[in-house]
Design a protein around this ligand. Structure first.
Ligand SMILES: [Fe+2]
Ligand SMILES: [Fe+2]
Length: 313
């Protein structure tokens, strides 16, 4: 694999020759009537406005990976890429998606299959039907949605990454504490953040552009409860099962200042909250330490309210 040039390191006058991701692209008409492409292209280091003055090339779609050759120029003091040649990357092209955007470490279908296999093994038929119906309702968005805009699992397929990691941990915890209802805990894990899909606006790259109005006004906990109770009533799920799951979603942030009006009030709800916190913290710690030299400290991380130390071995 050829080393990928980093956009952030490119300076005026250099030729960029490598792969970039499409964040946005439109065909526009210039003042002299000729057509051109106006694009925002990115890699993991940043993004750049790109222009292609050849009017015959159709605009790529958001999340398309492009093989691009062009000259770094400047317009109004900002870097601009003048694209000379561009084509959509083929499946046989040799590029690293992880160099273009933050991505979950496993393919989406592998993580989704792991989740579906667990649900299909549920003993309780109504629990199985309910979780499968909610997953189905999320559709294709489940494949690429991140779990956050900036914090933990802000990456392509981050929601599946977060959910499948917690589901794996839930299996271990249930072996240590056999009084836990493993199917109920697994259902809570899978359902707890599903409404991140309605809380945030994200593109197929997994980048969040904004929170939705529902996300700002209601949030994924209460949205999650209302979607679940609607779906549960449609399927005729028993009152007790629905109430337990609603509580697990509502209580998974533990404290009112983090959005939960009730603390976790039974063991499966408590374990769900702890697994959620553990997975979020491990992700953020690993990400912050990735660029630190052994024996060094990070800057203060506001979400964790501390600095972190990178151990020497
Ligand atoms: Fe959450
Ligand atoms: Fe979560």
């Amino acid at each position: 694999m050829k080393p990928q040039p980093q956009l952030a390191e490119m300076i005026k006058g250099q030729v960029f020759d490598g792969y970039l991701l499409t964040r946005a692209a439109q065909q526009r008409t210039s003042s002299n009537g000729s057509k051109y492409l106006d694009m925002t292209l990115c890699d993991i280091s940043g993004e750049v406005n790109a222009k292609m003055w050849d009017g015959s090339t159709p605009p790529p779609n958001t999340a398309d990976v492009l093989r691009v050759r062009g000259l770094m120029t400047e317009y109004n003091g900002k870097p601009q890429l003048r694209v000379d040649k561009m084509r959509k990357a083929a499946e046989t092209d040799d590029f690293d998606m992880g160099a273009l955007a933050p991505c979950a470490p496993k393919p989406a279908n592998e993580m989704l299959n792991f989740i579906l296999e667990r649900v299909n093994a549920f003993e309780d038929a109504e629990l199985k039907a309910l979780v499968l119906a909610r997953l189905e309702e999320c559709g294709d968005k489940l494949n690429y949605y991140p779990a956050a805009s900036k914090l933990h699992h802000a990456e392509r397929s981050g929601l599946l990454h977060h959910t499948s990691t917690m589901l794996e941990m839930a299996g271990y915890v249930c072996r240590v504490y056999p009084t836990l209802d493993g199917d109920l805990l697994a259902a809570g894990v899978i359902l707890h953040d599903l409404c991140k899909i309605t809380e945030m606006e994200a593109d197929e790259i997994g980048m969040v552009s904004d929170y939705t109005a529902e996300g700002m006004l209601i949030g994924h906990l209460v949205q999650g409860v209302s979607e679940l109770s609607r779906c549960g009533r449609e399927l005729g799920v028993s009152h007790e099962t629905l109430m337990l799951l609603e509580h697990m979603i509502l209580a998974h942030h533990d404290l009112p200042e983090y959005g939960s009006p009730k603390p976790p009030m039974f063991p499966e709800a408590e374990v769900l909250h702890i697994l959620d916190l553990m997975d979020a913290r491990m992700f953020e710690m690993n990400r912050a330490l990735a660029t630190i030299k052994p024996g060094g400290f990070t800057e203060r991380i506001w979400s964790l309210e501390r600095k972190l130390y990178k151990r020497k071995k």
